[in-house]
Design a protein around this ligand. Structure first.
Ligand code: PEP
Ligand code: MG
Length: 592
């Protein structure tokens, strides 16, 4: 390494795709943001400008199709689907018509007319509360940039220009750029903006390339050819590391690769403890494109399909057939034993296309999830009908989110039964063992869990919301994340109550919040005797390994000790020590 006079520094961002790599930084400049503006001097130039715009759209589509063709050799399908979404945006009638209107009505050049269309979309997206949906404006932006590059004749930088052994440093990357980089042996990605749910993050996980996002200003601090370490597991980037650090990270990389190989090779073994306690392991998905990753990482079923993601990237609300085709795919996957479809958890404010949408001050506690469904009954019915129809293709569980009282679950069940009977009368084939479940994520549901248990076949504990409402901390507010504590004694007592009450009533109890996929909590959750843990697919191999290498008896013993402690700090220390001691390969001492 040549960095003897260069300053060493580390940057902390969000690790969105795990793994360690050591290489050279490469500053990847996306298209120069300067967009030309001029008025068309003559009305007769309008048709010429329109033709120029349409030619650029066509060229962009050809380029995207070429990238997609290249990607077809990947076993993961997500990158290809994302390119499909981009092609859809590119061909979207409103997107095109809006730009053409700007050219015609204002007599301006195509580049500026397109920029105005994108600005208009940006305004709409900015009003969306949900961070994920809000972030989808980047897809429209990528498409806009591609068309503008074709209009101005600027060649987009291709990665083969860059050489090998490089870590891409960029403000932001489009999923198409990211996917193509797979073929150029790029080692990792470090970007100023972006988070775990961005499409680029999804693609980087799918192509198994380490990525750290949300580094704020890395593009201003790093130069091309700087030596760089990227650790996508801890979200750390080290620039111009000293030789000792490089050695440490080389060890960490080797260690990580060995573990990954070992974890993955065992990923399909059942999650059974040494004393024969079997836990069902589910994968949480937001898109059907994530199913292959869930299967390859050892999911036995889908424990949580967040169906609200069906509503993204759409001008129109999804039809029953749109819902049905997604559910049919999830339910019918070979190799998965069951699929839990959660009815959509959306608030009224999330329908940007709905003129009636009311912006709420605090949508997390507002007209959301089941409350919204029971108000917008036709939307709810349309989704439920699609789920019931899909149930003929495999074991289906329906999960109702944000249940806070008995009336809500009874009403949801009533609507469900009515639709089921209607479909039977119409002779539509349906599965005969659809299970219904309550998502336990509002404290009142914990308190009345004994009553709710009589209504359903299973519970699924949503710790993300449950902790938020129990501890009165906004899960999206980084200033109170230090209080977001799954090992808080109140959280553990709540979970224990739900499991005990559920088991007394003879129903299964699952957990699908993030807590379920954190290996540090696995023994505690085993001690609590959850029947199913459902998590982000990448987390599955480690959690399964811990389950296989421990026993129910010792987990129950640990839980007993934990429940005697009074403070979170004491619990954290005890659990941390036990886990590090028992599983040094899962919890290596951080190389940092
Ligand atoms: C939860 O609240 O724990 C959960 C799994 O649902 P979501 O994160 O979608 O709110
Ligand atoms: Mg929730």
């Amino acid at each position: 390494m040549s960095g003897d006079v260069k300053k060493t520094f580390a940057l902390k961002g969000i690790g969105v795709s795990p793994g360690v790599e050591i290489g050279k930084a490469y500053l990847y400049n996306r298209l120069d943001a300067h967009i030309p503006f001029y008025k068309l001097v003559d009305k007769s130039l309008v048709s010429e400008e329109i033709a120029r715009f349409m030619a650029a759209v066509e060229a962009s589509e050809t380029q995207l199709r070429e990238i997609k063709k290249k990607l077809s050799s990947l076993k993961e399908l997500e990158p290809q689907y994302i390119i499909d979404v981009h092609i859809m945006i590119l061909k979207d009638k409103e997107f095109i018509d809006n730009t053409l209107e700007n050219i015609k009505e204002m007599g301006i050049n195509a580049e500026w007319a397109l920029k105005m269309t994108i600005d208009r979309y940006r305004e709409i997206f900015e009003r969306i509360e949900d961070a994920y949906l809000k972030g989808r404006i980047s897809d429209i932006q990528y498409i806009g940039e591609r068309i503008i590059a074709n209009l101005t004749g600027k060649r987009r930088q291709t990665i083969s220009d860059m050489g090998s052994g490089i870590i891409i440093v960029a403000t932001d990357l489009s999923p198409a750029d990211t996917a193509q980089m797979k073929f150029d042996k790029v080692l990792g990605f470090a970007t100023d903006i972006g988070g775990k749910t961005s499409h680029t993050a999804i693609v980087s996980r799918a192509i198994e390339t380490p990525a750290v996002m949300g580094l704020k200003n890395i593009t201003q601090l790093v130069r091309t050819n700087d030596d760089m370490i990227i650790d996508g597991s801890s979200g750390l980037v080290i620039v111009n590391p000293d030789p000792e650090m490089v050695k440490r990270y080389e060890d960490k990389k080797k260690h990580y690769q060995e573990i990954k190989k070992e974890f993955l090779s065992d990923a399909h073994l059942p999650a059974m403890t040494k004393d024969g306690y079997k836990v069902e392991i589910g994968g949480n998905i937001e898109f059907i494109e994530e199913i292959p990753s869930a299967v390859s990482h050892g999911a036995e079923g889908i424990g949580l399909y967040r169906t609200e993601f069906i509503y993204i990237n759409r001008e129109q609300l999804p039809t029953e057939e749109d819902h049905f085709s997604s559910y049919k795919r999830v339910v019918g996957i070979n190799g998965l034993t069951w699929s839990t479809i959660r009815t959509f958890d959306l608030g009224g404010d999330k329908f940007s296309s709905d003129p009636k949408a009311i912006k709420e001050m605090n949508p997390q506690m507002g007209l959301r999830a089941i409350r919204f469904c029971l108000k917008e009954i036709e939307l709810f019915k349309l989704q439920l009908r699609a789920i019931i129809r899909a149930s003929v293709y495999g074991k289906t569980r329906v999960l109702f989110p944000m249940i806070s009282g008995i009336e809500e679950i009874r009403e949801a069940k009533r609507i469900f039964e009515q639709l089921k009977n209607e479909l039977i009368i119409q002779g539509v084939p349906i599965g005969n063992d659809i299970e219904l479940g309550v998502m336990v994520e509002v404290p009142s549901a914990v308190i009345i869990a004994d009553k709710l248990a009589k209504e359903v076949d299973f519970f699924s504990i949503g710790t993300n919301d449950l902790i938020q409402y129990l501890m009165a901390i906004d899960r999206g507010n980084e200033r109170v994340t230090y209080l977001y504590e799954p090992l808080h004694p109140a959280v553990l007592r709540f979970i224990k109550r739900v499991v005990d009450v559920g088991h007394n009533a003879g129903i299964r109890v699952a957990m699908c919040g993030e807590m379920a996929g954190e290996p540090a909590y696995t023994m505690v959750l085993l001690g609590l005797e959850l029947d199913e843990l459902s998590m982000n697919p990448l987390a599955i191999p480690r959690v399964k390994k811990i389950i296989r290498e421990t026993s129910l008896q010792e987990s129950k013993y640990l839980l007993k000790q934990v429940l005697k402690l009074e403070s979170t700090a004491e619990i954290r220390e005890l659990v941390g020590n036990v886990m590090r001691e028992k599983f040094p390969e899962v919890f290596p001492i951080n190389a940092q």
